[in-house]
Design a protein around this ligand. Sequence first.
Ligand SMILES: [Cu+2]
Length: 368
Amino acid sequence: MRLSLVFAAASTAVVTSASVLPRAAAAASAPNLPASSFPTFKTISIDDAKNEKDLPPEWNRTHTVQADPDFFSAQTAASAACSANPNVRIEWKSYSTQHRKNFIGAIKCLMNKPPSGKFSPATNRYEDFVRLHQMYMPEVHQNAKFLVWHRYYLWVFQMTLRKECGFNDPFPWWDETLVAGKFGTTDMFTSPDYFGHLPGPQNGNPVCITSGAFAGLTCHIGPGGGSTPHCLSRAGQASLTSQCNANFVNTCNSRSSYADMESCSEYGPHAYGHNGIGGVMSDVAASPSDPIFWMHHSFVDHSFRIWQNAAASRTTTINGKDHEGNPLTLDTTISVGGIFPDVKVRDVLNTMSGATIGGYPWCYRYNY
Ligand SMILES: [Cu+2]
């Protein structure tokens, strides 16, 4: 009797003090990890990219897997239907205020849903996606699978917003070349309604995000391969985000082979965007913990699609190698851990194929 009274009193006290904690104090309860906790992404300078320093002599230049004419010609009817009514991803600047708020709200909706239980130790549905990325990290980075896998991962995330959170609006994308070197000035970061601010590092370390829709967010996946609760943090560096410029994108896109372009994109603008936003975004394995991840990867996928638009063969052929050194083929599996069906490389090369995947049309393009 006496013991239970003590417990009752103690738990009442805890509830009371938690309920009167101001939001900022609650935010501070997740530790702000130092920069050294977050492994950064490997980069290549634009000069080295121009000199093809990232490409070993024999790498990727041979063994291009040719198109499967039967497969791609069979898509004609579906792709015609798709062309008539594609999902158009709209660049953030012309994305309406209502769409922006709905998009942010849908991400928060996923964060407020329970985890599936298949991605332990994820604590909510959103973190299922973070854990998935963490699990697949070695398989889908630093090899040619990077662009095709992240294209599907991004689309699956967006279809999940639609399916599980009723987000039926067009999807946004972010043209980072418009703000290369000044990411912090876009209203994505400056508005109280969106992603929260982009502070510079303090004493060389990231800063917890206390503004925007995700103020005070605790990340439970990462850093690296672990799961230590930490605040959503950033450490913006203009000298790095300046590399997300049109010249660098065009340098990568001037490469004619998929795998050569992939290498330049991954270690070039892609890596600089992650490292330049810093903190959680520079955590290779668990960077999707920061919701700006999806905007950054829409930029990476956009560059890939622009490269593909230059030649029809770029939506029907593939080359390069996977993380084990095996050549990618049209039949190489792209898996998202069961959140959506496994697909093959052939299924994701043409974003306008019109095929049905997991009940949704694979059918999108960018507004420019
Ligand atoms: Cu990734």
